[in-house]
Design a protein around this ligand. Structure first.
Ligand code: HEC
Length: 137
């Protein structure tokens, strides 16, 4: 299950944005971002649920511990262009012929699909700077 080869990519991916992304915070950025993040790794309750769902559904076994991609594509890259609707459809219906399973049978994923998107969008935007997040106090 948890294979090692992602380790080398770990150091390379998360630290990237030296310049703050325009959408780094939901408040004050026109409300465009679906997440709120403080200090790179403290997130709002909904985004926190997204992270828990990511963990519970074990998306990392195909997309990498840092969303950098393994047998599945990098979601850091994908969510820069994939619409929220296409994200939702892909995760719930899967792309079975291409190795992406369906998650519509997972009550947690179904209930928290928006939260999952928010978490992954924050990672893709570079606003959430590490895969592991904790709640804003
Ligand atoms: C068994 C391996 C596997 C698991 C587990 C998995 N995926 Fe995937 N996923 C893939 C593969 C392979 C693709 C590429 C499908 C294709 O070529 O269109 C993919 C594609 C995607 C895409 C579309 C990317 C794009 O650029 O179009 C998204 C979004 C995605 N996965 C999200 C998730 C999420 C979220 C989870 C956990 C809930 C998850 N995946 C779990 C293998 C997996």
């Amino acid at each position: 299950m948890a294979t090692a080869p992602a380790a080398s990519a770990v150091a390379a991916t998360p630290a990237a944005p030296a310049t703050p992304a325009p959408s780094a915070k939901s408040a004050g950025a026109g409300g465009a971002a679906p997440y709120t993040v403080e200090g790179g790794t403290k997130v709002d309750p909904a985004t926190m649920e997204g992270f828990r769902t990511w963990r519970a559904a074990a998306c990392d076994r195909c997309h990498g511990a840092n969303q950098e991609g393994m047998v599945g594509p990098s979601l850091i890259a994908s969510l820069k262009t994939l619409s929220k609707q296409d994200f939702t459809t892909t995760v719930l219906e899967g792309r079975l012929a291409k190795g992406m399973p369906t998650f519509k049978t997972s009550p947690q994923v179904v209930a928290h699909i928006d939260d999952l998107y928010a978490y992954l969008k924050g990672r893709s935007d570079g606003a959430i700077t590490a895969a592991k997040v904790s709640p804003i106090q």
